[in-house]
Design a protein around this ligand. Structure first.
Ligand code: FUL
Length: 485
């Protein structure tokens, strides 16, 4: 039997041993402001989702209905939202944002505030409700639901007067209390112009910076749905990427200045496309693009559906540059996603799966020229551990560094994916990717920003070593993830 005093001595030495081996705590890097909110972080992780444009336009062949369309024309012959959700989910899209009301004012749900809705259509004898069906199918199948409610309403007689704002806000309350949860609200930039306006058939001009009194409206919605992200040209949560062709800038800051956003300056689309390094707000870009030339379904565009290859290119220039992608797939007159669109989405998903099926760098050995306080917490191994909450960091006074990944054996490499730990702000301003080839480091790609995610397509190469050189950063670079495909 061990005597008590021997046991105490033994325990003491174990404690001492542990104390010696315990690292001195190293302070985490301070944030570089602005930083994303929790709801923005959750949004970043969604990466891609679907847009669904559907209204009377689908049946009249228009892109912007005038507002005088009879509700009767809305009559899908075999609508099946489960086909939409199934297609969307299988394509790897995480949500559906539905045009509950487009500029023509026709409502896809039987709103109690207007007669201009599905309740006066022939579809299901006026008993149908597209919004309810879509929201329920999304929630049942584990994808999120988002709302597009056009502020511009070419049907309403009172558009342009204060009473229209009551109408618009009543509809938001109606939608958000009945069909939630809603992850994103899409506020369209198109505002005012000619329209039916209850029979006036005239041109109406509104002052877009004051008429809508957005703070009050957003507050109403936020109270019902605290975690919602608001998209509009200027945020406040998500900004437009400045074009509808499917790309954000190669330089893409999630930050931008509120002054730039609201000054209505010429050249604003270019700034929206790249963000601003010195931006005082975290407002990341969303890339909106349609799988067809138009946002609504037109039979004559059946042969113009984007190819899987084009969609893959769009994926790289949106998600691959740190933005989210909202890809529009418009239902046809049957109320189904057209076969050509479904085929294109399937081909696209296959390209993505093939390209990114095996991360060759997962759990690979990584060397760095330095790491923060020589603490394991910030060591290079964090970039290949497959965990999003661990990261490599340098000391505060070090804003450059190299990360060298050994793949263990020669592999064919085509893509490199990099991620910053954006919870503490976007930092990297310049980097290069090198591959070990013929006993030399050869530059395979170079870039400016990384942000939430950056995917680099490189000339396919046989190599067993990759080096990421961070060349410039706003502060200590924090890299959470490097993947190699
Ligand atoms: C634009 C609208 O005018 C288009 O019709 C479409 O809804 C697109 C997503 O936004 O501003």
């Amino acid at each position: 039997m061990i005597k008590l005093n021997v046991l105490i001595v033994l325990l003491l030495s174990v404690f001492q041993l542990l104390a010696v081996n315990k690292e001195k705590p190293v302070a985490p890097p301070s944030p570089v402001f602005p930083i994303p909110t929790e709801r923005q972080l959750a949004w970043h992780e969604m990466e891609q989702y679907a847009f669904i444009h559907f209204t009377t336009n689908t049946f009249t062949g228009k892109e912007w209905g005038y507002g005088d369309e009879s509700p009767e024309v809305f009559n899908p012959s075999e609508m099946d939202v489960n086909q939409w959700v199934k297609t969307v989910k299988e394509a790897g899209l995480k949500a559906i944002v539905l045009t509950c009301k487009h500029h023509d004012g026709f409502c896809l749900w039987p709103s109690k505030f207007t007669e201009h809705s599905v309740k006066n259509s022939k579809w299901k004898n006026g008993q149908g409700n597209v919004v309810k069906e879509v929201a329920e199918a999304c929630h049942k199948n584990g994808i999120k639901f988002g709302v597009y409610l056009s502020p511009w309403d070419r049907n309403r007689a009172d558009y342009g007067t204060p009473s229209y704002l009551d109408y618009y806000r009543n509809q938001l309350r109606e939608l958000f209390t009945t069909y939630g949860p809603v992850f994103e609200m899409w506020f369209d930039g198109a505002n005012g112009g000619d329209g039916f306006y209850g029979g006036s058939r005239e041109k109406r001009k509104i002052n877009s910076s004051s008429y809508y009194d957005w703070p009050t409206t957003l507050d109403i919605v936020r109270k019902i749905e605290p975690n919602i992200v608001f998209f509009s040209d200027a945020g406040p949560d998500i900004r437009w990427c400045g074009n509808e062709r499917g790309y954000v800038g190669e330089t893409n800051w999630a930050t931008i200045n509120s002054d730039t956003l609201f000054a209505g300056k010429s050249g604003i689309n270019k700034v929206l496309n790249s963000g601003e390094e010195s931006g005082n707000k975290w407002i990341p870009a969303e890339v909106d693009v349609s799988i067809r030339p138009g946002w609504f379904y037109h039979a004559e565009e059946d042969s113009k559906v984007k190819t899987p290859e084009k969609l893959f290119e769009i994926y790289l220039s949106s998600v691959g540059r740190g933005s989210n992608l909202i890809l529009n797939i418009p239902p046809d007159r049957r109320g189904l996603l057209h076969e050509n669109d479904v085929k294109a989405l399937q081909g696209w998903k296959k390209l993505i799966n093939d390209a990114f099926s095996t991360n060759l760098a997962l759990n690979s050995a990584v060397k760095s020229d330095s790491y923060r306080g020589k603490s394991k917490l910030y060591a290079a191994a964090n970039v290949t551990d497959g965990k999003k909450d661990t990261y490599w960091a340098t000391n505060d006074d070090v804003t450059t560094g190299n990360l060298e990944i050994s793949l263990g054996a020669k592999k064919t490499v085509k893509y490199i994916s990099l991620q910053e730990y954006i919870k503490l702000g976007q930092r990297v301003k310049g980097f290069s990717v090198f591959v070990w080839k013929n006993n030399n480091w050869t530059e395979a790609a170079t870039g400016t920003t990384i942000g939430y995610k950056r995917i680099l397509k490189i000339e396919p190469v046989e190599t067993d070593k990759i080096k990421i050189a961070i060349l410039a950063a706003k502060a200590s670079p924090l890299i959470s993830n490097i993947e190699v495909y």
